[in-house]
Design a protein around this ligand. Structure first.
Ligand code: ADP
Length: 307
């Protein structure tokens, strides 16, 4: 064999070996890839199984929670009805005892019956609040919104709450014109309930000889009348603010003797939302608070129309 042929033969052998090595490497890589692919498919399958299992577990948990919540709302609603019947009897009979012109009570007896009467009334309003809350949670609270004037509602609320304020030496200051009429779209009974709640809080969490200021109504976003109640009370710290609208949460001074349940504001918020409005506040600890409600304006009413 000539020298040139030998060189060619060696080169050919080298290339064949290199090709073989490359082929076996490729084969190994393909096998590895196939195995990885297999493992991945298995993993995907088991992941899918786990996801399906977790999803049905979650669905079952949601179903259980919904049933428990429904049962709780029904229980609260039934209990409230059951409690109201005997309570109304207690209130009715204490009223008869207090006003009976024939059997007149001694002063001491009168004081005791009066205590029964006011405690019973307090209990009745708590029961009513719990009942409202249960209704809202069950989606059964009905509101009957119409075009109404808010001014008489505010004046009636002030008249109802004034004796409580006077007992604490708290002054009512009216920046809004009591003669003015502000037409809003709302349920009068429910609106009064919310206004009474924020006004009574403004008294409960005020200081002796403090004030409650009813600010001039203002129109916000061309859609709502903002009714603002300002107080000179204890205020709410920044850390406590998030708890104010949480059901059964009472914030602030835990040693305070002020009575309450932490239902009023969360209930008021839900009522306002159901009526297409809202409630919110700003406050500074030790300096007082401003609570406001945004009530949808009566249909077709704009800022300039407010008289
Ligand atoms: P309650 O008065 O029955 O505790 P609310 O739901 O009406 O319940 O109020 C929740 C909490 O918000 C109260 O416990 C109180 O700490 C705080 N709060 C409400 N109104 C005021 C206010 N005007 N000034 C200071 N704190 C307030």
């Amino acid at each position: 064999m000539s020298k040139e042929l030998e060189v060619l033969q060696r080169r050919f052998d080298r290339e064949r070996r290199a090709r073989k090595e490359a082929e076996s490497l490729l084969e190994k890589k393909s096998r590895d890839l196939f195995e990885s692919n297999q493992t991945l498919s298995n993993l995907a399958l088991s992941l899918e199984d786990s996801v399906n299992e977790r999803t049905s577990e979650l669905e079952r948990a949601v179903e259980r929670a919904l049933q428990a919540s429904k049962a709780k709302s029904e229980f609260l609603s039934n209990m409230s009805h059951e409690l109201r019947t005997p309570l109304n009897a207690i209130l009715g009979f204490s009223d008869i005892l207090l006003t009976d012109p024939v059997e007149i009570l001694s002063e001491e007896q009168k004081d005791s019956v009066q205590e029964i009467y006011s405690a019973g009334n307090h209990l009745l309003s708590l029961i009513n609040e719990v009942l409202d809350l249960a209704k809202i949670e069950a989606g059964k609270l009905e509101v009957d919104c119409k075009d109404i004037d808010i001014a008489p509602i505010v004046m009636e609320s002030i008249a109802l709450i004034k004796p409580l304020a006077q007992k604490e030496g708290i002054e009512f200051e009216l920046e809004c014109d009591p003669e003015a009429s502000f037409l809003v779209y709302s349920d009068a009974k429910r609106l009064k309930q919310v206004i009474l709640n924020i006004m009574s809080n403004a008294i409960k969490y005020n200081k002796k000889e403090g004030y409650i200021r009813l600010l001039k109504g203002e129109v916000v976003s061309d859609k709502f009348l903002r009714f603002i109640v300002e107080d000179s009370g204890v205020g709410i710290s920044e850390t406590d603010m998030s708890g104010v609208f949480e059901t059964f949460q009472r914030v602030g001074d835990k040693t305070s003797i002020v009575e309450g349940t932490g239902i009023g504001l969360p209930l008021s918020k839900k009522i306002m939302e159901q009526m297409g409005g809202d409630i919110d506040f700003s406050s500074e600890k030790g300096k007082g608070s401003k609570f406001w409600i945004d009530i949808p304006l009566a249909k077709g009413i704009k800022q300039g129309d407010l008289i």
